[in-house]
Design a protein around this ligand. Sequence first.
Ligand code: NAD
Ligand code: UD1
Length: 338
Amino acid sequence: MSILVTGGSGYIGSHTLIELINKGYRDLISVDNYSNSNVSTYERVEKITGVVVKHYPIDLTDQNSCKLLFEQEKIESIIHFAAFKSVPESLANPLLYYRNNLDSLINLLECCQIFSCHKFIFSSSCSVYGNSEELPVTEKSSLGIPESPYAQTKFIGEGILADTVKAHQLLKVIILRYFNPVGAHESGLNGEPASARPNNLVPFITQTAAGLKDKLQIFGGDYNTKDGTCVRDYIHVSDIAEAHILALNYLEKMDKPIDIFNLGTGNGVTVLEVVKSFEQVNKLTLNYEIVDRREGDVEAVYANNSKAYKLLGWQPKFGLEEMMLSAWKWQLYLYEGN
Ligand code: NAD
Ligand code: UD1
């Protein structure tokens, strides 16, 4: 019986494969359509773990391909990472996001019903909280108005899962709301793939430091925060990965059909603080400018993570400095032509 990791050649998926292998899991199957990653990720996973992960090139929006996979493999649980994730791109092309993120989820859930797969972990996002009035946000905080089509796909995805468990009684679902995953594997051999899609803050910081970008643009210096820049809860990708193994274990004993967990450190950090930390730990100076606000951004969001601690036994191990050090180590590895 296998664990299916969708989007396994992507950023969080590949770190989760590494963590699963490190914890002794071997019956793993990864699928990806490489729309935002490359098949060579599996070589990096192999280099770090010594294990070859079985993988298929599959577009999850294609129901026939999904069914063929489930016919071929005995899948017991699914960790569903595959999705598009750029807020600005989703604003420019909302239908692309609704089609990709929601069709993939629906196809997988239909396969769960047809092929009796009962365990499902879903990658959601703190973006479902929108501009929350309550900080830090708990899983019980009311959900705000999603600020982008991307955030909408996560909000609707959570709703689809809540409805599906009501009708499909054996299905158990854990929704993980990630805050801002950053950093790279401590070896420096795996990190966020160099992407064709518009990117997040930390890859832009490392690309600027490497001279691949002229200048980092900081979006908005007039927010109601301590230095005027947005506040987020940056969390090391390996900590996020570990939470999936704990969630898989928790699914075995969970006494309700669906549960939700925040995955953040609990620390709200401004964009300028991230930049300063990067400069300090890597002994570099970054060229940056403060520009207009970016559409779709919320002012501040950070997590109350005590539920994940209490029920999953999850506690982040890495701080901001380790996130910045590993991100730079990974950028150097890429820069050297790997
Ligand atoms: P990523 O883009 O690195 O990985 C996603 C992978 O899914 C990619 O390899 C991509 O090629 C693949 N994919 C996309 N659509 C697909 C499809 N239709 N069929 C098959 N494969 C497909 O992104 P990530 O950072 O690893 O994010 C993983 C999940 O976590 C996503 O659902 C994302 O929305 C969510 N999330 C990410 C962040 C973040 O900041 N990285 C924050 C919160 C939530
Ligand atoms: C958003 C979502 C997150 C989601 C992720 C996927 C929110 C609160 N969070 O993260 O849940 O899954 O997208 O991509 O909606 N910034 C700059 N300059 C840059 C890039 C970013 O200043 O070049 C700033 C942004 O304005 C923001 C912070 O850095 O304040 C983080 O941005 P980013 O890394 O893009 O992630 P979010 O948009 O917070």
